[in-house]
Design a protein around this ligand. Structure first.
Ligand code: CIZ
Length: 290
């Protein structure tokens, strides 16, 4: 089964058996009867597939496809931080390493984070890692005061408030729709904030015909399929250009490498067995609450 994230190149999305966000992709990985899962996304997503289906082979086109959020939360430093706050529940965004997952009480994705955090009592002390922007947004919408790890995503940090405002002036009829991994200044300018799946639902629900999209621009491929008559403009970075907001890690996976990995059934994801057992528990809790 070939799984592709919304942030992958168009031609990869088009040949995948299923295209989705990390929540839907992890559900597919957990439930498929196929022996081999080809994960076109970044490595932590392929690791989630392996953790949920350890008996299956999980391969991805380029094993170097990492994630800046994962990099921004080194397990050794996080362990020290967690030990300084022993009375806190650890809620981790799925964009993290298997080691961070194994130290977490529950995992969330951007599509279920608000609901899962609201399921905790208001007085629950919570650490949220690794994305500080998503964490700040979640604190606002859930009325919590979670302790935030200082991580961020290179793609969502690249959007420029000034350039987005200039673009909006030239496109007054457009709505700005943003992913909650964006910095607060971008979210404050947005008409709608949501996960990739929520953004895809919103473009149909909204009566607007033009949108400025502040998330990884390859999602626009799915938007055009759903609403071929609407206009989607990728939000720019500080040079006024949009191409600088492509995810450099997702881009490592190419159609050519996908072909090679199908032929060679390699590179394969390998994880320590105990690590998989420990990382699976908070993932299963998430799936039960989703
Ligand atoms: O959870 C995911 O798949 C990511 C990275 C973004 C989103 O909002 O779906």
């Amino acid at each position: 089964m070939i799984l592709s994230h919304f942030y992958q190149d168009e031609e990869i999305q088009d040949i995948a058996d299923f295209v989705g966000d990390s929540l839907d992709l992890s559900k597919k990985a957990a439930n498929t009867t196929c022996d081999i899962i080809v994960f076109c996304g970044v490595k932590f997503m392929a690791e989630v597939a392996k953790i949920l289906s350890p008996q299956k082979k999980v391969i991805l086109p380029d094993i170097r496809a990492g994630c800046s959020l994962e990099e921004s939360c080194p397990p050794k430093k996080f362990k020290v931080f967690k030990e300084l706050h022993p009375e806190h529940t650890v809620v981790s965004y799925i964009n993290c390493s298997a080691e961070i997952k194994s130290m977490s009480d529950i995992i969330v994705t951007s599509s279920n984070a608000e609901r899962i955090i609201k399921s905790f009592p208001l007085k629950e002390k919570i650490i949220f890692a690794p994305d500080k922007h998503l964490g700040r947004y979640l604190n606002k919408v859930t009325g919590r005061n979670m302790l935030l790890w200082d991580g961020s995503c290179v793609v969502h940090e690249t959007f420029s408030e000034k350039e987005i405002v200039k673009l909006k002036i030239r496109n007054e009829d457009a709505e700005i729709i943003s992913h909650p991994e964006c910095p607060e200044v971008i979210l404050n300018k947005s008409n709608f904030i949501g996960s990739t799946s929520a953004l895809l639902n919103y473009i149909t629900k909204s009566k607007t015909n033009k949108f400025i999209i502040a998330t990884e621009p390859h999602i626009i491929h799915q938007m055009k399929k759903i609403e071929p008559n609407k206009i989607f403009i990728s939000a720019p970075g500080s040079n006024g250009d949009c191409s600088c907001t492509n995810c450099p890690f997702m881009e490592l996976n190419t159609l050519e490498k996908l072909k090679d990995c199908l032929l060679k059934v390699n590179p394969e994801i390998y994880l320590d067995e105990q690590l998989m057992i420990n990382a699976k528990k908070p993932l299963i809790k998430m799936l039960k609450l989703s």
